[in-house]
Ligand binder design. Structure first.
Ligand SMILES: Nc1nc2c(ncn2[C@@H]2O[C@H](COP(=O)(O)OP(=O)(O)OP(=O)(O)O)[C@@H](O)[C@H]2O)c(=O)[nH]1
Ligand SMILES: [Mg+2]
Length: 367
């Protein structure tokens, strides 16, 4: 089976011995445990080392010089395990919030999935002993991260997760930017982006009975802000994708322009030139809004529509129109073409490309 259970500890002297004893009962005989201790002042490591004597090779410890946070502890543990060719990795807290009784179920699921998540937020899962506020913060945090990242995992923040070795390889661990609690979110999100098959199984998560929580409001806030950095690592939409969207937007603008022109100039018999100018302004405004909210949405990062950008976009469109006319004129002057529309087509293409670059680098570019 080749399972490595990784258990980070910081001041878990009150929990660690009982926890490891229980853990050893629920893992297969060939599985190993690695405790990653950040030089806990309460002597957690010494307790583990005492237990190691009777466990011939089932229990290991990685002692680190000082408190470096959960992410560093797990990354070191994964590296340790990869070097030793473990095939399955399980992350687990030492404070009894993660019940070893679930491990056999997780092992069944990992045969068919790349990642198995112990989940508090699906049917059958729950948290015990948390105040209403803590529950709200946790559920809210999970939902917030899910929405921002567009990741379907219900329990993004939980730390009771099983990974196949190749899932860890796909994630590209050196690219992980989290230092603290957002680590769990980032790992799941990256495995989702990498196309891993993810399974959530329900777990009951009791609050720790002994020892101190390392979670604080500051750490939580840091994690929530980190979500945006994690998301930034997402593949940006390419210039090509923007160009296609920009062209579709331009096409829609032309349709709007022509429909209004037909209604006002042909049906209502209003004078063409003022009508044409009016149509241009309506179409430009429509294009500005669609480009802002769609074509360049990702570059603007939630920026609101603005009159200034509208003005810049209109100026850019007028410049595009000028290029359009210039190119058309040049083509008609220097080439003999079977149809004038070919020159106009080339003019439209040139105008659109210029307008696209003005839009991309000047109008919809957040500094
Ligand atoms: N090696 C290492 N382990 C850590 C560090 N911070 C926390 N841990 C361990 O990570 C696990 C989870 O930490 P907890 O303090 O239980 O955090 P939590 O589960 O989010 O919050 P509570 O259960 O409410 O306390 C525990 O086993 C901790 O001992 C760290 O900086 N380094
Ligand atoms: Mg805990």
């Amino acid at each position: 089976m080749n399972l490595l259970v990784t258990v980070p500890t910081y001041n878990e002297a009150e929990n660690i011995e009982l926890f490891l004893k229980k853990l050893l009962e629920y893992i297969p005989p060939g599985a190993h445990i690695l405790v990653i201790d950040d030089n806990s002042p309460d002597g957690t490591a010494a307790i583990v080392e005492k237990m190691m004597v009777n466990q011939n090779d089932r229990l290991h410890i990685l002692r680190r010089p000082g408190k470096q946070g959960l992410a560093q502890a797990y990354l070191a543990a994964f590296e340790w395990g990869m070097e030793r060719d473990y095939g399955i990795f399980l992350e687990m807290d030492a404070d009894f919030s993660h019940n070893p009784e679930y491990i056999p179920q997780m092992l069944v699921q990992i045969a068919a999935y790349d990642v198995v998540i112990g989940s508090r937020n699906i049917k059958g899962g729950a948290v015990e002993g948390w105040s209403f506020m803590r529950n709200l913060i946790s559920k809210g945090g999970s939902l917030y991260s899910r929405i921002i990242l567009g990741c379907p995992v219900k329990d993004l923040t939980g730390g009771f997760n099983m990974w196949r070795r190749d899932a860890l390889e796909k994630i590209n661990l050196p690219s992980i930017i989290s230092k603290g609690y957002s680590f769990q979110i980032e790992m799941k999100y990256k495995s989702y982006l990498a196309g891993c098959r993810i399974k959530e199984i329900p777990i009951i998560f009791p609050d720790r009975k002994l020892g101190k929580s390392k979670m604080s409001k500051k750490i939580l806030l840091e994690a929530l802000l980190n979500i945006w950095k994690i998301r930034k690592g997402k593949k940006q939409n390419t210039g090509f994708e923007q160009l296609i969207k920009f062209a579709i937007t331009g096409g829609l603008g032309t349709v709007t322009n022509l429909v209004i022109f037909f209604l006002l100039a042909d049906l209502a018999k209003l004078p063409e030139i003022p009508v044409s100018i009016g149509c241009f302004l309506v179409a430009v405004t429509q294009n500005y809004i669609i480009n802002h909210l769609w074509s360049f949405r990702k570059s603007l990062k939630g920026e609101k529509l603005s009159l200034k950008r509208w003005g810049m976009f209109t100026a850019g469109s007028l410049m595009g129109l000028a290029i359009n006319i210039a190119v058309m004129q040049l083509m008609l002057t220097y080439f003999t073409l079977p149809y004038k529309a070919i020159a106009q087509g080339a003019g439209i293409a040139a105008g659109m490309v210029i307008n696209f670059f003005i839009s991309k680098y000047a109008v919809f570019n957040k500094k």
